[in-house]
Design a protein around this ligand. Structure first.
Ligand code: 13P
Length: 265
């Protein structure tokens, strides 16, 4: 059985100024410092707005909490007004990046093809871990299309990664987040069994493309109205390795509670 380190990723979306982010980091570092001793906490990352990344990376420097961005451009540099390149993220000690979040797909026209390209670029960059998001709409679910929609979103990513020549060790770094769109910010979370069904199918697809070793190493998260009260249900499922959390990552108290609930034995 593979041992995958649990991952709790906060997605702050378009919340928090630099000062608010730094205050969060200082408080989290001090609370975690007193609670963490001798305990097997999960890996923790906060994905913040671009404007807070520098301050956050500095404030979290010695804490073990990682910093992530919420998107990036696939080109190394160029005339892409408003965008940010991988090298710019690495320059700020950013080690995670969310790709293809449903809000970026919906409001910023991020396509499956772009997500595929970005995944390759992110995994080729030393020290950067992409969190590739997939998820179905309510209509998809009600009409029984969930599995085919998810497979359709992942296929271009897996094909591009398969053709990229990226080494197995780097492919294993990939993180996938299954976030049903109807569960995001609605308080209406997926049942743990339904999430496991989809996430188990994602692992099977990963196996088909890359083989067992990589499929057992890739971490797959659930996201959508995850809170301290329900996270343990998801983590009880065999293929769910953590969570991508919006609202409940914004307060130190609830983020710490998510980490506490995700401790290993
Ligand atoms: P909520 O946890 O607020 O439902 O948001 C989920 C999400 O979109 C995380 O990326």
């Amino acid at each position: 059985m593979a041992t995958r380190q649990r991952l709790i990723a906060g997605n702050w979306k378009m919340y928090k100024t630099r000062a608010e982010a730094v205050a969060f980091a200082k408080e989290l570092t001090s609370v975690a410092g007193t609670r963490k001793a001798g305990v097997n906490w999960p890996q923790a990352v906060i994905c913040a707005p671009f404007t807070a990344l520098y301050g956050l990376a500095e404030a979290f420097a010695a804490s073990g909490v990682s910093v992530g961005a919420q998107t990036m451009h696939q080109a190394p540099e160029g005339a892409y007004t408003g965008d940010v390149a991988v090298s710019m993220l690495r320059d700020l000690d950013v080690t995670f990046v969310i790709l293809g979040h449903s809000e970026r797909r919906l409001y910023c026209a991020e396509t499956d093809a772009a997500v595929a390209e970005k995944s390759v670029v992110a995994l080729k960059a030393a020290g950067l871990t992409p969190i590739v998001c997939v998820g179905e709409t309510l209509a998809d679910r009600e009409e029984g299309r969930t599995q085919s929609v998810i497979a359709g979103q992942l296929d271009p990513v897996f094909t591009a990664l398969g053709q990229s020549g990226i080494a197995a060790a780097s492919l294993s770094r990939l993180v996938i987040a299954y976030e049903p769109i109807w569960a995001i910010g609605t308080g209406r979370s997926s049942s743990a069994a339904d999430a496991q069904d989809v996430i188990g199918a994602i692992r099977t697809l990963t196996n088909k493309h890359f083989g067992r070793e990589i499929a057992q190493a890739v971490r797959i998260l659930y996201g959508g109205s995850v809170k301290p009260e329900n996270i343990a249900l998801y983590l009880g499922e065999s293929d769910i390795d953590g969570a991508l959390v919006g609202g409940a990552s914004l307060q130190v108290s609830s983020f710490v509670e998510l980490l506490e609930q995700s401790k290993g034995d």
